[in-house]
Each structure stands twice: as C-alpha cells, then as structure tokens.
Design a protein around this ligand. Structure first.
Ligand SMILES: CCCCCCCCCCCCCCCCCC(=O)SCCNC(=O)CCNC(=O)[C@H](O)C(C)(C)COP(=O)(O)OP(=O)(O)OC[C@H]1O[C@@H](n2cnc3c(N)ncnc32)[C@H](O)[C@@H]1OP(=O)(O)O
Ligand SMILES: Cc1cc2nc3c(=O)[nH]c(=O)nc-3n(C[C@H](O)[C@H](O)[C@H](O)COP(=O)(O)OP(=O)(O)OC[C@H]3O[C@@H](n4cnc5c(N)ncnc54)[C@H](O)[C@@H]3O)c2cc1C
Length: 660
C-alpha cells in the first residue's frame, strides 16, 4: 500500500466518530456494505473491465468501440449475478448509473437504456402476452433495446411528436413513418449503432383518427447481421459536451411495418381503439427514471465532494499569517463554504431519494390494482426532486471543480467528466424548468382546492403554512417552518397573479405563461421544504446510533438547513417574520457550523467509502498522493511517448527557419 499523505493521516486522527458506523448507516446496514464491497470487487477487480489507454486519448469511434466492449462484459456479469439470484435493484442501480457505472464507463454506457427504459416500458405498458413474448428475450439480452421518444423537433412536448403509426386492418400491421425532418427520432441512447430493438413512441392512427402517442416495440436492425432493417434510417448524432460513449442516435421510418401486437397496449383486433384509464400511464417509464435519478444526484455529489475535500486537505497555498507555514486550503473558511454544504447536500438527496423510491413503489403497486389517486402527487414530487436535485448536483460538481483550482480543470481530476454526466441529467428525462412547471401545476390545483389536503403527505403543510410567522430561533424546526411559509406564500402569490391576469381578460394559458417565473420559484421552494423535512425526520428517527455520529449528522442537517435559508434570504425577508438581525444570526450560525464540521470533514467523506477506482481521480485518492498521481497521469499522454513530435519537422522547423 502506498504511503499515506501526512496531512490526511492527521485529519483521520482528528475525526470524532467511527467512520465505519456512518458507512454502514449510509448503506443501510453492515451486511449491505459487505454486499456493495463484493459487488465492487466483482466488477472493478475484473481486468477485462479496465482500459489500456485512458479514454480521453481515444478517438470518438475508438471510445465507442471500447464502451461497447466493456458494456458487453458488464452485462454478461449482470446476468451472472441474476443467475446467482443477486439480480436485485441495487445491483442494477449501481451498475447502470451512480458510482460503479460511471467508474467503469466514464463517458457513458451505450447499452444502459436497455435496462433503464426498454425493459421497464415493456413491464409497465405491455399486456400479459406481450410480456411473455418479450421479457425473456430482453432479460437474457437476446435483443438489446432503447427508448426512442424525443425527436429533432420535440423533446418536451411529447403530445406534439410527429412520428406516425397507422393501423392497416388488412394486414393487421402498423405502418411507421417519419413525415418530416423534425419527426426524426433524435437523442435515444444506444440508438446509433448499438440497439437492435426500440420502444418507439408514435402517434397512433386507426380508422383515420389520431389517438395520441403510444409506445411500440420496433425491430431496428437484423438480429444476425445488425444491418438496419429496410425502411429504417439510422445513425449517431455526433459529439456532445459529455457522455460521448452513449451512442445517442437518430432514426427515421419509411413505410416500416410492424405487427399489430407490437403496440404496447390492449387494442382490438379490428382496430377499434380502447382507451386506457389515464393517458398519462404511458408516461410511467419517465417517472421511474426521474425517481432513480435523484439517487444518482447523491452519488455524483458524494464522489465530487470526496475528491475536492481530500484535495483541499492535501493542498497548501498562500499565507494566512506572516511567517507561518502555508495552510491547508481547507482551513480557508471560503473553501469550507465551497465544500461542506455539498457534503450536507449529499445526505439530503440520499434521504429524499430513498423516500421517493418508497413512495414510487407504493403508488405503482396501487396502479396495478387500478387506483390512480396518488399518481399526481408522485408525479409532482418526482418532477421537482429530479429538477432541484440535478440542478444542485451539476452546480455543486462545478463549484467543487473550481474549488480544486487549476488541477480541477484536468481530466485527471475526474471532475470535468463528472460534470458532463451531472449536467446532462438537468436536460434528459424532462428539462428541469418544464418539470418544475409540472410541479407548480399540481401545487396551484392543490392551493385552489385544499379539500383533501390532509391525506396528501407531501403538501399537507400548505394547509396552514401561510400563517406560521414564528419569531427567529436558532433551530432546524424554525428554518423548516419559515421555508414552508415561503413556499406557501409563493404559491399563493403566483395563484393570485394568474387570477388577476385572467380577470384582466387574459386567457388562462397566457396568464400562466406570464406568471411562470414565479411558478417555477414556488415549485423550487416547495421542493426545498420537502428535502429539509425528510433530512430532519431521518436524522431524528435514528434511534440506535452512537451519540458521536448523531452529533455529526445533526451538524450536517443544521448546515444544510442554514445554507438553504441563507440562499433564500430575500424570500425569508419578504415572506416571513425574519428581519435583518436574524439573517446576521443565520450567517454566524453557518460559520460556526463550518468550524464544527472542519475536523470531521475527511472522516465524513471517508465514510462514503468510495473506492479509488470509482473516484478515478488523481486529486481524490485515499492516499492523498496528489502530485505523484498527477505526474503519472501526465506520462500517459501519447505526446509524451516520443521526445520530438513529427509536427516539428512538418511545421515548426520550416516556420522557425522562415523567421530567421
Ligand atoms: C431494471 C432496473 C434498472 C434501474 C437502473 C437505474 C439506473 C439509473 C441510470 C440512469 C441513466 C439514465 C439514462 C436516461 C437517458 C435519458 C432518457 C430520456 O431522456 S427519455 C425522454 C424523456 N422525455 C421527457 O421526459 C419529456 C418531458 N415531457 C413530458 O414528460 C410531458 O410532455 C410533460 C409532462 C412536460 C407534459 O405532458 P402533457 O401531456 O402535455 O401534459 P400536460 O402538461 O398538459 O398535463 C396534463 C396532465 O397530465 C399530468 N401528467 C403529466 N405527466 C404525468 C406523468 N408522468 N404522470 C402522471 N401525470 C402526468 C399533469 O400533471 C396534468 O395533470 P392535470 O393538471 O391535468 O390533472
Ligand atoms: C444526454 C442526453 C440523453 C438523452 N437520451 C434520450 C433517450 O434515451 N431517449 C429519448 O427519447 N430522449 C433522450 N434525450 C432527450 C431529452 O429527453 C430531451 O432533450 C429533453 O426532454 C428536453 O427536450 P428538448 O431537447 O426538446 O428541449 P426543449 O423542450 O426544446 O427545451 C429548450 C428550452 O425551452 C424551454 N421550454 C420548452 N417547453 C417549455 C414549456 N412548456 N414551458 C417553459 N419552457 C419550455 C425549456 O425550459 C428549455 O429552456 C436525451 C437528451 C440528452 C441531453
């Protein structure tokens, strides 16, 4: 084992709690930690899953080929786990998203959509016979699918998709067409050259009537030769900010015929169309992915904050006091302010993600038995948590990259590619503003009719929050009630402004659009009350943890609360009893908390227990040998493999001669 950096050794000695206890708590028990270790060993210690050359130095095509090689091994190993009865959701979540997946395939996995959207759509939207036909092939990976919904012209407004699926009763087939350039499918992961099947979302036409969008199972490529089927035009969309191995593709149809039974819904043989109980059930897979993405936000944030915090303990810079040694940069309070709130935020997202996952499972269980009552609340919560979680995660990763100075800009820090993954989440699976507006739509409805509100756990606080008006106290409960008051006031005001505009003669839709900045802010505030509420409940409910750990978690909870409150200072002053002096008190409390967390910072990120291979960072490794690692990474540059590059003879030498 490499020698551990002296600063990190000292930091680890300072820690006031047992890091293993926190690791087990975060994993959900010691047995879960061991399971995770064994999963990590199974994947990360497989030499086949390592790349010989760093990804950054490969061409676009080579990156893709390397990603396919690794994805196939990864999927084979997933199947081995399934065969061994270890195919639980944790395995899939870790391997396809989050930490393990992004460690093995740093720039994305071209086959992810198969498990994340193709299989869930068949499970959620296919009838019994369809599941019998497709699930075995899909689970055994005899076919590889993707989810082709977005088009060149439409991503958000899916009712406006242009791909058509017209029923031909004579042959009992659907005929798929892409009538315009903008109707081409555009973006689906793995669509370019990887998948041979897809869920295609298209407008369904029977007997000359359009019935709206529906999901179809469509074969894209020959199962033997992988050539595109006749009538299918397919390719990759090109380079992107990040995720350059995911093989996002385009797809067009020219009178492409598929059997009637490939429509994922019950419909009659003669083409008479039977409507499902809610047209929004077709959107089920999107809810599923939004729910799992909140967990990914916590994972990416933990990874980035571990890298930046360890680096900040190792890095020395400047002079705090004359003639004193250069301090560790983690001792600058401005640095602590860049790091510690994101440590706290990782906990907030992990706990809310776990609540959301439970709510999702309950509601999908109810949907199976035809109960739809709780779907709107789930949809509203999933939308805002996905939006706020991914936005905070991307902004956090970028702040943490900046906190590492110049070295944070190196790909060897692994912060740029983590940012590439995090910022993509802000757009895919529903653009964030659009999702906040979905939550706002629900909140306004609730505000206008509070009849059933006590039965709706995530919004029942709105019943009386407007009148909280508590005077300042240095407590999480005060911050929570103040945030709830802010959220209620913002919803109330947005509602009033919509109504005012309608009274002035505007159409409701115009009034809504004119009020939409306020509506987004209201949904954001509502989401932040939920995040704090759940963090608070979770920490308060821990019964059997040591007092030392409870103290650390309480510090983090308080930091999360105060940091959120300070970010919303204007709102507190505007909508609650808060006065200038209270804001000053909050600021002092924040500074006190930063100082309290300081000695435990390394201990907390160590408790995240992220293996070096997962961090993939010269700055964040456990041993803290930052400079040695940066130097070693630089040696991997192909330019350093020869003392003189051929460009010298070709260009530089003649240029220098000409200038003599
Ligand atoms: C095997 C396990 C594996 C696990 C592994 C996990 C690993 C994780 C790894 C992660 C990797 C992820 C890779 C994913 C790649 C990205 C894939 C995509 O982007 S794919 C592409 C993703 N694309 C997108 O996300 C597109 C975003 N766009 C949309 O979702 C919709 O078009 C819309 C929601 C914006 C509007 O829809 P529109 O039809 O115009 O609706 P209106 O506004 O007119 O509202 C009407 C009513 O409907 C209601 N309602 C709406 N939705 C829902 C719902 N879901 N439900 C219920 N209700 C819903 C709404 O509240 C309202 O109710 P009310 O007020 O009337 O009562
Ligand atoms: C990395 C990546 C992977 C993806 N993978 C897939 C995939 O596998 N399958 C798939 O089908 N799709 C995929 N997508 C597409 C993705 O789902 C869409 O890009 C996303 O839903 C946003 O739609 P859009 O691109 O049309 O943005 P637009 O809707 O055009 O958004 C542009 C701007 O318009 C604003 N806007 C749009 N509508 C409204 C409104 N109603 N009110 C207010 N503002 C609005 C938005 O807020 C945004 O600021 C992927 C995208 C990315 C980036």
């Amino acid at each position: 084992m490499a020698k551990i950096n002296e600063d990190l050794l000292k930091e680890r000695k300072k820690c006031s709690f047992n890091t293993a206890e926190l690791t087990h708590l975060l994993d959900g028990g010691k047995d879960k930690t061991l399971e995770r270790h064994s999963r990590e060993h199974f994947f990360l210690d497989d030499p086949e899953l390592r790349s010989k050359i760093p990804l950054e130095y490969l061409s676009h095509k080579e990156k893709y080929e390397e990603a396919v090689r690794k994805s196939c091994i990864l999927f084979r190993k997933v199947q081995e786990l399934q065969e061994a009865g270890k195919g639980g959701i944790e395995n899939f979540r870790e391997i396809l998203g989050g930490q393990l997946g992004s460690a093995i395939l740093k720039d994305g996995n071209p086959l992810t959509l198969h498990y994340v959207m193709f299989i869930p759509t068949i499970t959620g939207q296919g009838d019994f016979e369809q599941q019998a036909e497709w699930m075995h092939k899909a689970w055994t990976c005899s076919i590889i699918g993707t989810y082709a919904q977005t088009e060149l012209g439409h991503g958000t407004f899916i009712r406006g998709l242009e791909t058509t699926a017209t029923y031909d009763p004579k042959t009992e087939e659907f005929v798929l067409n892409s009538p315009t350039l903008t109707s081409y499918k555009w973006w689906p992961g793995g669509l370019g050259h990887s998948a041979n099947f897809a869920i295609v979302v298209a407008q369904l036409y029977t007997q000359g009537k359009c019935h709206g969008i529906h999901p179809f199972i469509v074969q894209l490529r020959d199962e033997e030769t992988h050539m595109p089927m006749k009538g299918i035009k397919i390719g990759e969309i090109g380079c992107k900010l990040g995720m350059n191995s995911t093989n996002n593709g385009y797809l067009g149809f020219e009178n492409y015929r598929i059997p009637r039974t490939n429509l994922l819904m019950k419909n009659n043989k003669d083409g008479t169309y039977v409507k499902s109980p809610s047209s929004k059930l077709t959107y089920g897979t999107m809810i599923f992915v939004r729910v799992v993405l909140v967990q990914d936000c916590a994972s990416y944030m933990k990874k980035a904050v571990t890298i930046a915090t360890r680096y900040s303990a190792v890095r020395h810079q400047s002079e705090m006091k004359p003639n004193c040694p250069e301090p560790q940069i983690i001792d600058y309070v401005t640095q602590q302010y860049k790091l510690f709130p994101y440590i706290a935020m990782s906990f907030a997202f992990q706990y809310s993600a776990s609540w959301l996952w439970d709510i999702y499972n309950n509601v999908t269980g109810e949907l199976e038995s035809g109960q739809l009552e709780n779907l709107p609340e789930l949809h509203a919560l999933a939308c805002c948590l996905k939006a706020v979680g991914t936005a905070d995660c991307a902004a956090g990763v970028e702040t943490l990259r900046l906190a590492c100075g110049g070295h944070g800009y190196m790909t060897a820090s692994n912060l740029p590619s983590t940012y590439g993954l995090a910022t993509a989440m802000c757009t895919y699976e529903g653009e964030n503003t659009v999702l906040l507006l979905q939550t706002a739509r629900y909140l306004i409805k609730i505000w206008q009719n509070k009849k059933n509100i006590q039965n709706l756990p995530t919004v029942r606080y709105l019943d009386n929050a407007l009148f909280n008006n508590r005077s300042y106290e240095k407590s999480v409960s005060w911050i929570l009630s103040a945030l709830q008051q802010v959220a209620a006031a913002k919803i109330d005001l947005a509602n009033k402004h919509i109504n005012d505009r309608v009274r002035q003669g505007k159409a409701y839709e115009d009034a809504w659009n004119e009020t939409s900045i306020e509506l987004v802010a209201a949904a954001d505030a509502h989401c932040r009350t939920f995040l704090l509420d759940i963090f608070n409940l979770t920490v308060n409910n821990f019964q059997s943890i040591s007092p030392e750990l409870k103290a650390v978690l309480t510090d983090l909870l308080e930091l999360y609360a105060v940091h959120t409150a300070i970010r919303m200072t204007g709102d507190l002053l505007r909508f609650t009893n808060t006065i200038g002096k209270d804001v000053e008190a909050l600021q002092l409390w924040l500074e006190e908390l930063l100082a309290k967390i300081r000695p435990n910072a390394i201990g907390i990120v160590d408790s995240f227990d992220i293996r070096d291979e997962v961090l993939g960072s010269a700055l964040g490794a456990y041993d803290g040998n930052v400079y040695e690692r940066l130097f070693a990474e630089a040696q991997k540059s192909p330019l350093n493999h020869e003392p003189v590059n051929k460009s010298f003879g070709l260009y530089l030498k003649p240029f220098l001669k000409n200038n003599l």
